[in-house]
Design a protein around this ligand. Structure first.
Ligand SMILES: Nc1ncnc2c1ncn2[C@@H]1O[C@H](COP(=O)(O)OP(=O)(O)OP(=O)(O)O)[C@@H](O)[C@H]1O
Ligand SMILES: Cc1ncsc1CCO
Ligand SMILES: [Mg+2]
Length: 270
């Protein structure tokens, strides 16, 4: 399945369709998330008023829920929009930011997953470890260190919630619990840009808006995003200009760069 050609087709499809993305996210990442969505060709709307979220979710190409700055109000926004998205057949992406940091976050994610069918869960290893019930020294919203096998944890979470799981890190692991892919693109400056994982989640939403195959959407989004960061990192001196170059490289991504540099492996049978 993972052919560079397919990533290119999906990238073109996002640019052609310009899917509306309903995003409920944290106040740290909100502006970069909107700009990154525009850079890949999607059309973001950040909305969380209870009066309108169901209506917006139902007409969107995808809904992205990010729990980075939870409040009781935003939890209800996520529930209402998630239910409306499910009813309308709109795919939902969930970013369980800091799920290992507090019981409140973990319980909120679990309750959301019980009520809302999610197409892709995207998180760092610490967050996915929390969902898998694995011990892991996650540090707030950062991944931290742990000994668990990332693929095994991701598989378990994917099978429990019947979803695709995309684990970000130096290598990204994407699985539906049956097939597993690894993306080796990326750049060490990524962790110095706050909200870079949150933007990854929004790009996942842009891609799942244009295909009913959430696994291929997630592998394509993870690859194109990590590759844009890799090319950005090669051009810049530090985190400030990395952020600028990342937006540019998302916008400038093309067939030639994907064919030349995408480093994706199907590790299902390894
Ligand atoms: N050490 C690294 N080397 C290369 N790429 C990396 C590295 N760490 C993360 N990435 C890339 O950075 C992007 C963001 O992933 P990361 O795991 O840092 O998200 P996150 O921890 O959820 O971020 P945040 O919470 O700040 O939004 C991914 O596309 C991933 O491929
Ligand atoms: C720093 C931070 N705190 C809550 S959300 C967020 C953005 C990165 O996840
Ligand atoms: Mg994160």
């Amino acid at each position: 399945m993972v052919k560079n050609q397919r990533f290119i087709e999906l990238m073109d499809e996002v640019r052609k369709q310009k899917p509306l993305l309903h995003v409920i996210t944290n106040r740290v990442a909100i502006n970069d998330s909107a700009n990154g969505a525009l850079a890949v060709g999607a059309s973001p709307i950040m909305a969380e008023a209870h009066e309108e979220v169901a209506e917006i979710a139902a007409i969107s190409g995808a809904l992205e829920l990010n729990i980075g700055n939870l409040t009781p109000y935003s939890i209800e926004s996520m529930r209402l929009s998630g239910r409306a998205a499910n009813k309308a057949g709109v795919p939902v992406v969930l970013d369980p930011v800091g799920a290992g940091a507090t019981d409140f976050r973990l319980q909120t994610v679990q309750k959301l997953l019980e009520k809302v069918k999610v197409a892709i869960i995207r998180g760092n290893a610490g967050e996915i470890a929390a969902l898998a019930g694995e011990k892991w020294a996650a540090k707030g919203v950062d991944a931290g260190d742990g000994n668990g096998d990332v693929t095994d944890m991701a598989n378990r979470v994917a099978l429990s919630w019947n979803t695709v799981v995309a684990v970000s890190g130096a290598v990204d692991t994407i699985t539906d619990g049956r097939r597993t892919y690894r993306v080796k693109n990326g750049h060490p400056l990524f962790p110095y840009m706050t909200g870079s994982g949150c933007l990854n989640g929004v790009i996942q939403a842009a891609y799942v808006a244009v295909t009913s195959n959430a696994l291929e959407a997630s592998v394509a989004a993870s690859t194109i995003y990590a590759l844009a960061g890799q090319l950005a990192g090669e051009k810049c001196a530090g985190p400030g200009s990395f952020r600028q170059h990342l937006m540019d490289e998302l916008y400038l991504m093309n067939e030639e760069k994907i064919q030349r540099y995408a480093a994706v492996e199907d590790v299902t049978d390894l």
